[in-house]
Design a binder for this molecule. Structure first.
Ligand SMILES: Nc1ncnc2c1ncn2[C@@H]1O[C@H](COP(=O)(O)OP(=O)(O)OP(=O)(O)O)[C@@H](O)[C@H]1O
Ligand SMILES: CC(=O)N[C@H]1[C@@H]2OC[C@@H](O2)[C@@H](O)[C@@H]1O[C@H](C)C(=O)O
Length: 401
């Protein structure tokens, strides 16, 4: 029988495309007894040229297949370098890598109902569902080859094959790392996109009551607007300082909240394809009538992120949580955090750092755990969250060297 991996590297680059988060963890146990110790972690920014190639690709710029293969391997190389760098000063090399890769395209499944196959009288569910499609570049085969470390990647595909959204996948890890016996918690990631895990106060093994989904925009629209107003000089609103100097236009926020994504019942997931450049262009067009300053517009987009998170909770959670724990880069946006605190009062809004789990590296840690679970044969998805049919399953493809 294969030796249980102990030291595992998790690699993640999210929808913000700001760089590769690498986390080296020491893992033991399975689920209820899972123990994860963060040994080393670092973010490795992409080279500028590669970042802009990824953004162009994600925005739909056509690419030949040889050029696509080249970008795929350049990303894999950057991921492999991040893995080797994060373990450089350790006595013990890692046994395993779990690599999320770089999402360049995400299309959730579509339930086409009868319109898709009007002739079918025997309408099996298979004939009316168009499976989702989610493409992460930075192939695991290349990462394994370059590092000499067995690598698990392509985590979303198995969930999508059984009609799941393929996202979010972190909730099952949140259960193990952040579940609380008496307190109900929302773990709110604010990356490019926002997503939540709702953890009822329950024993760790009780997975049926856990829910989660993508709430909508996190920092994506804000980052794009900052780049627009600063003419490319800045990529994000550090600490939310720019937005804090403006005033949100609630009428616009109310209008944007009418977008059907917010009212869509979970399971649901989204990405740059939806809350990206075109969405921001529409926001800028809508804002013209209100003659907002850049600071006002940033405050208004920040308000959209905050309000959409809270509206999602009110609409779809079985009950409001006792406590909200933020993670992801947006947890460092003090203005956004303050607005969430005001909107969710009297509940406490903290960061996962404050309960001992790195807010910055939680996603990278999660993919280390998912890789570990894959080789141990332990399921990684929560079908109630992703909408996958049937039983939960181990996720990812294994590349051994
Ligand atoms: N100090 C800060 N102040 C404000 N915002 C910040 C700060 N640091 C990071 N951010 C925001 O966080 C973003 C990156 O967050 P993160 O790395 O969690 O996203 P991601 O993993 O790429 O996205 P996703 O979780 O959607 O895949 C940056 O683009 C920026 O908008
Ligand atoms: C397709 C894709 O990469 N989705 C990401 C993205 O980033 C946040 C949100 O959208 C989330 O659901 C998902 O990632 C996290 C890591 C997840 O699967 O849990």
């Amino acid at each position: 029988m294969e030796k249980h991996p102990q030291y595992v590297i998790g690699l993640m680059s999210g929808t913000s495309v700001d760089g590769i988060d690498a986390a080296l963890v020491k893992i033991s146990g399975q689920q209820a007894d899972l123990n994860v110790e963060l040994v080393a972690a670092h973010t490795y920014p992409y080279p500028d040229e590669l970042r802009s190639q990824i953004l162009q690709l994600a925005q739909g710029t056509p690419l030949s297949l040889p050029a696509l293969a080249e970008v795929d391997d350049k990303i894999a190389q950057a991921f492999a370098e991040a893995a080797l760098a994060v373990q450089a000063n350790q006595r013990q090399p890692a046994d395993l890598i779990g690599s999320h890769g770089q999402t360049v395209y995400h299309r959730p499944p579509v339930n086409r109902g009868d319109r898709y196959n009007p002739q079918s009288q025997t309408s099996s569910s298979k004939s009316t569902i168009e499976l989702g499609y989610s493409l992460q570049l930075g192939r695991g085969a290349m990462i394994a080859h370059l590092t000499g470390i067995t690598t698990v990647s392509n985590f979303r595909a198995a969930d999508i094959a059984v009609q799941g959204q393929g996202a979010p996948l972190v909730p099952r890890i949140d259960v193990c790392l952040l579940g609380h016996p008496t307190q109900s918690r929302c773990i709110q990631n604010i990356g490019g996109i926002g997503n939540l895990t709702y953890l009822p106060p329950a024993p760790l093994t009780q997975l049926d009551a856990v829910c989660g989904w993508d709430t909508g925009p996190g920092n994506l629209l804000l980052d794009l607007a900052v780049a627009h107003f600063s003419e490319g000089q800045q990529t994000f609103d550090r600490n939310g300082a720019w937005a804090a100097s403006g005033t949100p236009c609630q009428a616009l926020v109310q209008h944007w909240l009418q977008d059907p994504y917010f009212a869509q019942t979970p399971p649901k997931s989204t990405g740059r394809e939806y809350f990206g450049v075109e969405f921001l262009d529409q926001c800028l067009a809508d804002a013209r009538a209100y003659a907002l300053s850049p600071a006002d517009l940033l405050a208004t987009l920040t308000e959209l992120t905050a309000r959409s998170i809270v509206e999602n909770y009110r609409q779809f959670l079985p009950q409001m949580p006792d406590c909200v724990l933020l993670c992801g880069g947006g947890s460092r946006n003090l203005y956004l955090k303050e607005r969430l605190q005001q909107l969710l009062a009297p509940r406490s809004v903290l960061t996962t750092d404050e309960v001992g789990v790195s807010a910055e590296f939680k996603e990278a840690i999660a993919f280390a755990v998912l890789g570990y679970w894959r080789v141990m044969g332990i399921p990684g998805n929560l079908p109630r969250v992703t909408g996958a049919k049937g039983q939960a399953m181990p996720l990812g493809d294994i590349f051994r060297v």
